[in-house]
Design a binder for this molecule. Structure first.
Ligand SMILES: *Cc1c(COP(=O)(O)O)cnc(C)c1O
Length: 376
């Protein structure tokens, strides 16, 4: 069994993907170009944003989005410590200071009350807080309306890190189009995955979109006419062509993930007392980039041992919250400063999840967990 089975997906769409790739090979136009433009139009339309800018990765998308907000050294950007490192890394790379806000106990997304407290504390200390990066952890959006409202009150931008929540909806709108800027990743393991790195930035703002298109190509306005310092952060044509071939299946894949999540939920209810399935809010959908359960104190090790013994793959997203990562030691956070994130890091366990998982495989996963719990 695979944690994410990309081979089954390739086998299912092989003819379309091979054809799309060979068209790019024939064209010999490998970076940006027609497929990238077509993908940008397709996905802008899908999420309901006016502009989409294809870039090299989700990390590039975060960095470029912050560059386009003119983030400067010494400024502060608020985010969650319970995310992949790229979210906070982008802030730090621009010389700004990541400021962490603890998470909601149920959804593990940014806690809006904690956000308000942290903004008050930082502004009270005279810090220059510029923006907020909420993350749609595991594939479910954060409380974006409330976060946007807090941001408006303090004149901050909101950059949605939708690297895991692409395809999710929130109050009848789509992830990536819920704030000033949304970014996603096409890393192979993400809900819409390429066969290499890729990412996209979404915005309704015309001048921001124009600036981002320059920034991804060394800050150029026209060939060899550079108006500011940028990056090489372009999406390549092969990845765009592959994504265009996969995209027509994307909504069915989301439905398949949601069906699989429902099956896990039923099996957990029936057979795994003390195990908490993911909490999904009624006003939003979950795309299950990860299907992550929570195990009560101390039983995770036994469950993991049983999964290993039974050849069932698993992952922990994430074992160490960012405020306790060595790379962020200079920020001065101590153990105990983000208690909800720290507890979650001890309890979360991601199960195999992808659109092609079968019911017998899911039963096997649950059985391995059940055996682990019974051994305690
Ligand atoms: C994957 C991920 C990223 C980074 O995306 P890459 O394409 O791997 O650079 C950023 N934020 C979150 C929340 C992610 O899951």
């Amino acid at each position: 069994m695979n944690f994410i089975d990309l081979k089954r997906q390739y086998d299912a769409y092989r003819a379309e993907i091979d054809q799309a790739m060979s068209q790019v090979l024939e064209s010999c136009q490998f970076v940006l170009g027609e497929p990238v433009q077509r993908l940008e139009e397709t996905l802008a339309d899908f999420v309901g944003a006016k502009h989409a800018i294809g870039v090299g990765s989700g990390t590039d998308a975060l960095i470029l989005a912050l560059m386009a907000q003119d983030i400067r050294p010494g400024e502060e950007v608020i985010t969650t410590p319970f995310t992949f490192i790229a979210t906070a890394e982008a802030i730090a790379l621009l010389g700004a200071r990541p400021v962490f806000v603890d998470i909601d106990q149920a959804t593990l997304n940014m806690d809006v009350d904690a956000l308000k407290d942290v903004i008050a504390e930082r502004e009270g200390a005279g810090a220059k807080v510029r923006g907020i990066i909420p993350v749609g952890l595991y594939g479910q959006c954060a409380d974006m309306d409330e976060i946007n409202q807090v941001a408006d009150e303090h004149n901050l931008f909101v950059l949605e890190d939708a690297c895991q929540s692409f395809g999710a909806s929130y109050r009848d709108k789509m992830s990536c189009a819920l704030s000033k800027i949304g970014v996603t990743s096409f890393f192979p393991a993400k809900p819409l995955g390429a066969y290499g790195d890729g990412g996209m930035i979404f915005t309704d703002d015309d001048s921001l979109a124009k600036r981002l298109k320059g920034l991804r190509v060394h800050g150029e306005r026209a060939r060899y006419d550079h108006v500011e310092i940028g990056l090489n952060a372009r999406l390549d044509a092969l990845q765009a062509a592959i994504l265009l071939a996969k995209f027509p299946h994307f909504q069915d894949e989301i439905k398949a993930r949601q069906r699989a999540a429902k099956i896990y939920w039923q099996l957990i209810e029936q057979r795994l007392p003390g195990v908490s399935p993911p909490v999904v809010r009624d006003d939003r959908t979950h795309v299950y980039a990860q299907y992550t359960i929570r195990l009560k104190d101390g039983i995770r090790d036994a469950v993991i041992q049983s999964m290993q013994d039974n050849g069932v793959p698993y992952a922990i997203h994430y074992p160490v919250p960012l405020h306790l990562q060595p790379a962020f030691a200079y920020l001065g956070y101590k153990a105990g400063s983000m208690p909800v994130s720290e507890q979650a890091a001890q309890e979360v366990l991601s199960l195999p999840m992808h659109p092609f998982i079968t019911e017998p495989e899911q039963a096997e996963v649950i059985q391995a967990i059940e055996h682990g719990i019974k051994k305690i």
